[in-house]
Ligand binder design. Structure first.
Ligand code: IPM
Ligand code: MG
Length: 379
């Protein structure tokens, strides 16, 4: 939020692959909330990736960087794809999503896993396993093996090459994650499961010790359990309903969130929020993005599922705009579009009509009008 007014600045960055297509639909949704619900936000669109690289030599041109720097909330589409090879690795790295997460210290990555009952038939897991699933993976996003030093690929005296990375976590990095998990759990079903590999890794031994210590000091009202990551992967597919808040490090969270996506029906449905620290004005930088990547195989075809991006807007409304009713309204609209049978190819049952990306956007906008209208009648 802006220090002088309560208008929230939003940067809209579609990026690459299917990013621009899905983001165009959430852009329409954002405009709807400004026009119809008076949500106080300004939108600034900016380019990212191959197209600006060809024009400016930077994947993240200055204008985009400025839009993101000044934004309270960033709506991000996707990055990467086969066109990556046209951009030299160094130019890629300079403006990568990872570098942005690091730059804004977006350490707390929330990935909600919510099963839509409308999609039970097309989910890869059995309907009775998926029914009622509702948990959040809280993934540490700016440290761990993704950023640890030393790292590299070196030449050994015998001519072989050796690749190496460093997994590392400090007390503070662990504690701020654990705190985020406990605080989140208190707003939900009050359960935290911390995932590590403490039977093998020192970083995980420290992780577990610090989580336990903070729990004892400040959060003993929250139910805390621990799982090794291999067991956690198994439990997510065996009985996903047992989880409320799952907190874990960067790499484990990356892997487990893709795995958990299958307990929600489709990777294309999953939103995420990445939150930075709260500053002295009480503001908190945030980046919202669908968990699915750039999906280069279907990019440009207009068939991608925009719901991951649209549900990321719901997270933005809830977290950066403090508009829980509007967030609920959008989530209900998505659900009612699904219940009415709206399906993109990735979530379509055999024989179901497959909507294009734009048609799915239309379906959600129509549902918004209907659901908001019903709310007014009941008010
Ligand atoms: C994710 C993605 C990224 C990650 C990639 C694109 C670097 O898989 O957000 O889960 O590994 O963090
Ligand atoms: Mg991933």
């Amino acid at each position: 939020m802006n220090a002088r007014s309560n208008t929230v600045k939003v940067a809209v960055v579609g990026g690459e692959g299917i990013g621009p297509e899905v983001t165009a639909q959430s852009h329409r949704i954002l405009n709807w909330f400004i026009a119809k619900r008076g949500v106080p936000m300004t939108l600034r669109e900016a380019e990212y990736g191959l197209i600006p690289y060809l024009a400016t030599g930077k994947v993240l041109p200055d204008d985009t960087l400025e839009a993101m720097d000044e934004a309270d909330a960033i709506l991000w589409g996707a990055t990467g794809g086969p066109e990556t090879k046209e951009v030299p690795a160094a130019a890629r790295k300079a403006g990568s999503l990872l570098s942005l997460r690091k730059k804004y210290d977006l350490y707390a990555n929330l990935r909600p896993i919510v099963a839509s009952s409308a999609l039970a038939a097309s989910a890869p897991l059995k309907a009775e396993v998926v029914r009622g699933v509702d948990f959040i993976i809280l993934r540490e996003l700016t440290s761990g093996i993704y950023f640890g030093e030393p790292r590299g690929i070196e030449r050994l005296p015998d001519g072989q090459r050796r690749g190496f990375n460093t997994e590392q976590y400090t007390t503070n990095q662990i504690r701020r994650m654990a705190r985020a998990a406990f605080e989140l759990a208190r707003t939900r079903r009050n359960k935290v499961c911390s995932v590590d590999k403490a039977n093998v890794l020192e970083t995980s031994v420290l992780w577990r010790e610090e989580v336990i210590a903070l729990h004892k000091e400040e959060f003993s009202d929250v139910e805390l359990s621990h799982l090794y990551v291999d067991n956690a992967a198994m439990q997510i597919v065996r009985e996903p309903r047992q989880f409320d808040v799952m907190v874990t490090g960067n790499m484990f969270g990356d892997i487990l969130s893709d795995c958990a996506a299958m307990a929600s029906g489709s990777l294309g449905m999953l939103p995420s929020a990445s939150l930075g620290p709260v500053d002295r004005f009480g503001r908190r930088k945030a980046l919202y993005e669908p968990v699915h990547g750039s999906a280069p195989d279907i990019a440009g075809k207009g068939i991608a599922n925009p719901l991951g991006s649209i549900l990321s807007v719901a997270m933005m409304l809830r977290t950066s705009l403090n508009r829980p009713e509007d967030a609920n309204l959008l989530e209900r609209a998505v659900d009612s579009a699904l219940v009415a049978g709206a399906r993109t190819a990735d979530i379509a049952e055999a024989g179901a009509r497959r909507l294009s990306t734009v048609e799915m956007g239309d379906a959600v906008l129509n549902a918004l009008e209907t659901v908001a209208g019903k709310e007014r009648e009941h008010a």
